[in-house]
Design a protein around this ligand. Structure first.
Ligand code: ADP
Ligand code: MG
Length: 270
């Protein structure tokens, strides 16, 4: 595995290309502040890896961007629109421009893979069953599942297949932007590497912008164009992996130069 992956050549950082822009975000539950003045930009066509210690608020930020968690202050702009200021009809239209793979997959256990993938289509489009069947089969192929997975229930699938099916559902409405919350957690290293490769390939072929929460150092160096690190309610470092490796922040040092990160530090030494 190499540090400089093939896709995502030049960093795309012109202000017009900002897909998600979070400013001075404050999110809390009761007395506890989880986000405390957080700033973050995600650029069009990049894979942004979002890292941080367990319980620091990676999932909460994801949900706040999606509008699933109330915010106390700050702004969140997506595709140039300040989400909270949009009338509900336009907000719904905006929501159809992204797909989400929640932490732990979250497929409906009582529905087959095909039915899971068709859920977003059913909710938002008026398509014939025949067309939805064809579209679902396309998505199934896109994520590298065999056609016979279509009629299986989530309980009949391996962990890696569940993730792929959940990704197929996230891609159901042909989104421009995809949120992935720890997509490789629970997979063995080979399954995780295959899933990373799939995300990288899809990002490239579909021109996706990817916001990916991850713990996985392999994912960070195989598919992420930039990384943002969360600690104490703020983004403490943001940039290419090389920039984060040079950070003096204690959490980042421990993360990248600790036991698990040693291999990475060694791999980037030359
Ligand atoms: N709905 C909620 N109500 C109260 N506290 C919450 C809620 N959701 C998350 N939290 C708290 O917010 C913090 C961040 O959680 P989370 O975003 O899930 O962390 P992680 O970085 O591991 O994804 C945790 O302390 C968690 O307990
Ligand atoms: Mg989480």
């Amino acid at each position: 595995m190499t540090l400089h992956h093939e896709h995502g050549s030049a960093p795309r950082q012109s202000p017009g290309d900002v897909v998600i822009s979070v400013r001075d975000l404050v999110v809390g539950f009761g007395e506890k502040l989880v986000m405390n003045g957080l700033n973050l930009d995600v650029y069009r066509g990049e894979v942004l890896g979002f890292v941080g210690g367990s319980g620091q608020g990676k999932s909460v930020l994801t949900r706040a961007i999606l509008g699933l968690v109330p915010t106390r202050a700050g702004s969140i702009r997506i595709f140039g629109h300040e989400r909270d200021k949009l009338p509900s009809k336009e907000r719904k239209a905006l929501e159809q421009r992204w797909g989400v793979l929640f932490q732990n997959g979250a497929l409906f256990s009582g529905l087959t893979v095909k039915q899971n993938i068709q859920m977003p289509m059913r909710e938002t489009r008026d398509l014939s069953q025949k067309l939805m069947d064809e579209l679902a089969m396309l998505k199934i192929e896109l994520v590298g599942l065999k056609p016979d997975a279509a009629d299986k229930f989530p309980s009949e699938l391996s962990g890696g297949m569940v993730k792929r099916a959940a990704l197929a559902r996230a891609l159901a409405l042909d989104p421009e932007l995809v949120f992935l919350d720890e997509p490789t957690s629970g997979l063995d290293p080979i399954g995780a590497a295959e899933f990373d490769e799939l995300i990288g390939t899809l990002q490239e072929t579909l021109g996706l912008t990817v916001f990916m929460v991850t713990h996985d150092l392999d994912s960070l160096y195989s598919i992420c164009d930039r990384i943002a690190a969360l600690a104490d309610g703020k983004v403490i470092a943001e940039g290419p992996l090389e920039t984060l490796l040079r950070s003096d922040h204690p959490w980042l040092r421990a993360y990248f130069h600790g036991v698990r990160g040693g291999r990475l530090a060694a791999a980037t030494a030359d």
